[in-house]
Ligand binder design. Structure first.
Ligand code: MLT
Length: 308
């Protein structure tokens, strides 16, 4: 019987899925944070199911003498050393669809929170200040949303934004002209998006091509008063350049769910008033976590039991 380790917090349904598929499973959700213990035990397992806390490093891969498959319950696999795993014949899989709606909804929530300064207004009201004149917002209706990365999540964001009566531009080299028409977005180059968007939201993985896609230069080309939302990956935006642009007022606000260093506990952006932050909550709904847990358990089981 193949044996799988679940080393991050996954919905208990995943454990049942493994059992139903004839796979032995050890559910140890805190192991991902205990690097030494993980190195000690990983050699016993044929499969590893993770979220983002477990870092599958060179050392882990070297110690994983029986490992055949790593399954990430989620989209980003940046916590796995994929080239090394692949070299060792270990398959790395993710669940690209299970949390897309949830992440798109978080981006839309962040955009509306920015437009109406909801977190600051909430704090001020609770503090007994009743600052009715301080919080003048902007409408999103008839505004232009620029989506950087219009794949699975970006497409859902586009759909929801159209429901809010926004014009949607998309910069994505992989988006075909036909697909852009089908989903009702205008396919543009990055500079065009920067020049025209009132809100910019990022939905691309972090790669060598996308790192700092919003660099100091790119932010400088953006429309004055733009609001930036990032629920994808921290390295996509140059944080120092963003901080400067927020201070100068060139960028009116930023809503950030992801940071260059995570967990982010002391980021300089935290001190700026026109910034909203959440702790990488993009995929955190009960529906999404159930979806990705079940999907990863099904996929790992299928691979271990049938090789498919
Ligand atoms: C993902 O890549 O699926 C998301 O960033 C969710 C997460 O890591 O928690």
């Amino acid at each position: 019987m193949p044996k799988v380790l679940v080393s991050d917090k996954l919905s208990p349904t995943a454990v049942q899925v493994f059992k139903d598929n004839g796979v032995e499973v050890d559910y140890q959700p805190d192991l991902g944070k205990d690097k030494d213990k993980l190195l000690e035990v990983i050699g016993q397992y044929d499969g590893l199911a993770i979220r983002s806390a477990t870092k599958v490093t060179e050392k882990v891969i070297a110690a994983a003498t029986n490992l055949k498959v790593i399954g990430r319950a989620g989209i980003g696999v940046d916590n796995v050393d994929i080239p090394l795993a692949t070299k060792k014949g270990i398959i790395v899989m993710n669940t690209p669809f299970g949390n897309s709606i949830t992440t798109a909804e978080h981006a839309i929530s962040m955009m509306l929170s920015l437009a109406r300064q909801i977190p600051e207004a909430d704090a001020s009201t609770r503090a007994g200040k009743w600052e009715k004149n301080r919080f003048m917002g902007v409408e999103v209706t008839n505004k232009t949303l620029g989506i950087i990365g219009c794949g699975n999540i970006g497409t859902i964001v586009a759909d929801r934004a159209q429901g809010l009566k926004m014009r949607v531009l998309a910069f994505d080299p992989f988006l075909t002209a036909d697909r852009a028409v089908e989903i009702g977005v205008e396919k543009v180059e990055l500079d065009d998006l920067l020049a025209r968007a009132d809100f910019i939201t990022l939905h691309t993985p972090l790669t060598d091509q996308t790192r700092n896609v919003l660099s100091a230069e790119a932010i400088g080309k953006a429309k004055k008063g733009v609001r930036i939302i990032n629920c994808a990956r921290g390295g996509l935006v140059d944080e120092a350049a963003l901080a400067e642009a927020l201070k100068s007022g060139h960028v009116a606000g930023a809503a950030l769910d992801v940071f260059l260093e995570e967990p982010a506990t002391a980021n300089p952006l935290f001190d700026l008033p026109n910034v909203i932050c959440t702790p990488h909550l993009g995929a955190s709904t009960s529906e999404a976590q159930e979806n990705v847990a079940v999907q990863v358990a099904e996929q790992i089981s299928a691979y271990l039991m049938t090789g498919e």
